[in-house]
Design a protein around this ligand. Sequence first.
Ligand code: C2O
Ligand code: CU
Ligand code: CU
Length: 546
Amino acid sequence: MPQSRRQFLSLTAKAAMLAAGASLGLPALLPAATPEGFGSTALPVPGTSGLFGLLAPEGRLTLTATEAPGALPATGASMLAYSASHKGADYLNPILVLRKGQHFEATLANGLSEPTIIHWHGVDGPWKQAGHPSYAIGPGGSYEYAFPITNRAGTYWYHPHPHGLTAKQAYMGLASFFIVRDEEEEAFSKELDLRLGETDIPLVIQDKRLTHDGRLDYSPSKDDLLMGYLGDTVLTNGQRRPTLKAATRLYRFRLLNGSNARIYNLSFVQAGMRLPFFLVGNDGGFLPAAQQINGLFLAPGERADVLLDLRTLSPGQEVFLRNMPFDPMHNEGDMAGMSHVGQHATPQHGGGHGAVPAAGAGGHGESHGALGEGDAYPLLRLLVDRKVPYDRMPPKNLPSIPQPAAGRAERPMTLALKHMGGWTINGLAFDMNSAPIVAQKRGVEVWRISNAKASMPHPMHLHGYFYRVLERRGSPAQVKSRAVDAQGRLASDLGYKDTVLVWPDETVSVAIDFGYPNYPGEQLFLFHCHNLEHEDQGMMLNVKVI
Ligand code: C2O
Ligand code: CU
Ligand code: CU
């Protein structure tokens, strides 16, 4: 049977893309690469269609979870994505842009061969709108969402949540941003002349293992399931070591750690020195005030909204977004009887502008592949290529937020490895049909989330409500050195959080107001580790709110 011309063209195009992708794996073919491997690959920046295109939905939007051949920017390989059509444009993993107060209506269509469900991470909504795994739909099925957007302006995101399949589906590509805007945020953007997709750029950071021909490889070993699946290539907006050509002005980056398990220690580095930058927002929107910092831990699920000032640079100069070396603190070995006990020296993280170790400095070799979690490596190059007049300054004060409400009920949450088993919360593993945590609506609780000493860092996420971080105790030196107050909190702890990283031997106390939002009726949300292998393996509990 003769192929139609159209089929033929699409097949040849695909083959060409795959071939081009495969050649990217060979450094010899990279055009004029810098010593760190940066060539002419451009950062994929959200446009008005395509992968990560900006989509401001009007009316009901259908998102189809499906295989997307040729879509992975780095290699042209196939990935999974949410496909959507809106006003004549086609999208994959659209960056949804909503306005506070807007009514959001979406249909998830399952075009996969296994169950799935979308969770809107950080987005307010009653539990049936939030993608509880008990609502996962089978192949060919669909799920209807409809709820008002009540969040503050901020950078939220969406990804799958079918129990036991979340890690694989997110890893294969199903994830994108969910940006909420409001009057205050629009005034802020106007004041600083920031435009989404141009000078206000969402950056999702994800590490992947690629096969020799550039395909995404998700095949976790028993060890990977215990530790989390680490890749050996880190992609920024789906691209490896991309470059953004930049002007001498202020840029806003909305950073999302969309990795399954990898924690990043991010800095902007110019000529071997860390540049100061401003943290203006985190998981739940603006902080009370802009915080000047020069480094930031970002764990899976967390977001950071940052401003970087390039005004003093000249055309030709480069700034790198880098992962800075740190101790990943994989201290679980002595309990699990594993071979890779993480006994790494803790690097120095003083204040001020520290000199930066050379590229590719290893020293944190893990058994997970070539790229250790605490290694030094670059993620993105900003290449200044033009001078522009720009005289705006980041505001000192941002939209105000209330103090955390005083808590009544105190709840210990202990994170530990069950002997020879998986990770647990208060000794428990996930059971779809039980709700070990029952909270009272309109009550404020203080959760003391304590991580065992023989453990690893766990980014703990709550659905439905935000945390206010009250204090950090027992923090390791690399965290303590960045504390901004007597409570041991970090700059990134000062706003509303939905995911907090808890290091081994550390206790993070958070206040949760179960009265806000005031959802009608009984609710069933989740508290889980956002290391997605941990989550799928059961480091998750139902939280009933009555
Ligand atoms: Cu982003 Cu329950 O997760
Ligand atoms: Cu969530
Ligand atoms: Cu964990």
